[in-house]
Design a protein around this ligand. Sequence first.
Ligand code: SF4
Length: 215
Amino acid sequence: MTQEITDLLPGYNCGECGYRQCRDFAAALLEGEAELDGCPHMAYEKLALNIPVIQQLLGGPGPGIKDSRHIIGVIDGLEADFVFSPLPGEPSCREDLHPFDPEVGPEVSEYVRYRPLGCPVTHFARVLDMKRGIMTVHLVGPIHRLGRDDVAFEDIGLCMVMAFDGIVSKGRVPDVGQTVKFLPEHCMMQKVHSGVVVHSEGSRLRIEGIDLKVW
Ligand code: SF4
């Protein structure tokens, strides 16, 4: 089991978690002597997707999952209808952003830094598309780490998060038109979001009108 968990850790052996190697950190996780957020690199890019897998290996039900019936946001304790996860083969849910600065214009594949309106956390993302003032991105992480220091990015400032595209991985699949409360798997705060489902194909949804105010 130690090797299985080690394989899901970053493998940098940097010691920032307080253990000399990722393997030692994995052993400490299994012993209950360390918490997964002790590794600062786990929140970035594809590694964040390993978090629920590690949590399940450690015997937990996954992030925000209190039990089979309740999905609870970590930061606010609110209950969500479902966990929203990336489309198959993608590193995070797709986000559609509207930058408030009309002058910004990153190219596809470039990295951007932004702060979503209503969220205290600075985000980094990779641009997938840019049309009519709406930028589609994959979230990369809360700070610019990426495992390298030489990646350039454009600071695009405050952005309105317009929409998420992803799949319902746990919980109830809603109908089109419903206002929903959901927990994005990649959210660094594991905070419940709200929005309206505007398109669905099975468990795949498009949710618009994203809001961090949940009632
Ligand atoms: S901080 Fe993360 S990457 Fe660095 S040694 Fe610990 S587990 Fe490995």
